[in-house]
Design a protein around this ligand. Structure first.
Ligand code: TTP
Ligand code: MG
Length: 386
């Protein structure tokens, strides 16, 4: 049976240990070299990054989240999970279950940097990388997409190893023939897993699973299905497409296909943002220029915050308005130097607003920036400063 060593990443014919390095970390699967859609998900992401940066935490139960009464757990490391803490659990409850846990406040900027370096590694294997969040992404490693002429399973094992060695955290990988099953696979033997779902086994593997395991079936849909007596994917497999569309509308076709392990969604590489903006709709239309001006400030602050978190700035400030009669207008101003600063956004958007606030009633106001660039190119020190 086709096999692969997860330590030295060489493919071989079959066997319990690697003929080259003797490692027992071997993955075997009849379709190992026929599958090319991968999903990668970091193990206890925020906690792994904190352990990387403070190795004294490695053997300890670590919970990332804001300590104190009303906080919730963002993630618990695998040591802590043995005692019960989970993501989204109130912190006080997590600490009742695991009183000796070390609580570390989240550092989003750091997790974003780790995510960026992981993405940079993925992009060396294929341009078709679709991030789902900071800690997970789909990769298309098919012959048409990949940049390195090796079997997808080998590329994936190498990526997993490179992330461990170069970035210092572990990930779990799933390999299959579509997105839905690749994601299911990556979740199957966490942490540090490498799991395969092939075409031949998919239908039988899905049959005993609860309907909630299907992509797009949340608690509400699962409850509706349960009312109709449908609890497993296997039950869905017995229903025709027509029956499913009658019961579940347009989603019925997706259910029909997914229950059979089919998913036609393509991997969509991330398109960089073209603009960053924020807007608000008033409870009641506003005519007063001073009130409109006051509404701009929180929006400018939010836009500046989002730019900062993304490490971006913009050169063109955009003011958006919608009149009481639902007519949209946008006004732009191109700056000599890009900015990410709230006060600058507010000043420029305010000047644009002054020309429009002539007593007309407005129902919506928004501020944004476009022509984005890295924050490092923004806001040079003022010639007359200091
Ligand atoms: P997940 O991938 O869901 O969880 P995880 O990486 O911590 O653990 P694993 O994948 O090994 O099961 O989420 C990734 C990060 O997103 C997680 O480290 C913290 C954050 N997160 C929250 O802030 N709140 C949440 O409710 C969840 C689920 C995750
Ligand atoms: Mg994860």
């Amino acid at each position: 049976m086709p096999a692969l060593c997860r330590d030295c990443c060489v493919p071989f014919r079959s066997g319990p240990d690697c003929p080259r390095c003797g490692s027992l970390r071997v993955v075997e699967h009849p379709e190992l070299f026929d599958l090319s859609i991968a999903h990668v998900d970091c193990d206890a992401f925020y906690a792994s990054v904190e352990k990387r940066d403070d190795p004294s935490l490695i053997p300890k139960p670590v919970i990332v989240g804001h300590p104190g009464g009303r906080g919730v757990v963002t993630t618990a490391c695998y040591v802590a999970r043995k005692f019960g803490p989970r993501s989204a659990m109130p912190m006080f409850k997590a600490l009742e279950l695991c009183p000796h846990a070390v609580v570390v406040p989240p550092d989003m900027a750091k997790y974003r940097r780790v995510s960026d370096s992981m993405r940079a590694l993925f992009l060396r294997a294929t341009p078709l990388v679709e991030p789902l969040s900071l800690d997970e992404a789909y990769l298309d490693l098919s012959a048409e997409a990949r940049l390195v002429d090796r079997p997808p399973a080998v590329l994936l094992a190498r990526l997993q190893r490179a992330i461990e060695r170069r970035i210092g955290i572990t990930v779990s990988a799933g390999l299959s023939y579509n997105k839905f099953l690749a994601k299911m696979a990556s979740d199957r033997n966490k942490p540090r897993g490498f799991s395969i779902i092939g075409k031949a086994e998919a239908v039988a593997m899905l049959a005993p699973m609860p309907v909630g395991a299907l992509f797009g079936v949340g608690a509400a849909t699962a409850a509706r299905m349960e009312e109709a007596g449908i609890t497993t994917i296997g039950h869905l497999q017995t229903l025709s497409e027509a029956e499913l569309t009658t019961r579940f509308g347009r989603f019925g076709r997706a259910l029909f296909l997914m229950a059979r392990g089919e998913d036609g969604r393509r991997i969509q590489p991330d398109r960089p943002a073209k603009s960053v903006s924020n807007e608000t709709t008033f409870a009641r239309d506003i005519r007063d220029p001073a009130q409109l001006m006051a509404a701009l400030e929180p929006l400018a602050i939010k836009v500046a915050g989002r730019l900062e978190r993304a490490g971006l700035a913009g050169r063109t400030v955009v003011l958006k308005l919608k009149t009481g009669g639902f007519k949209s207008l946008t006004r732009n101003h191109r700056l000599p130097d890009p900015t990410g600063r709230a006060d600058m956004l507010l000043r420029v958007a305010g000047a644009l607003l002054e020309r429009e606030a002539d007593g007309r009633a407005f129902r919506l106001i928004g501020v944004g920036v476009s022509d984005l660039c890295p924050a490092t190119e923004a806001d040079p020190p003022d010639l007359f400063d200091g």
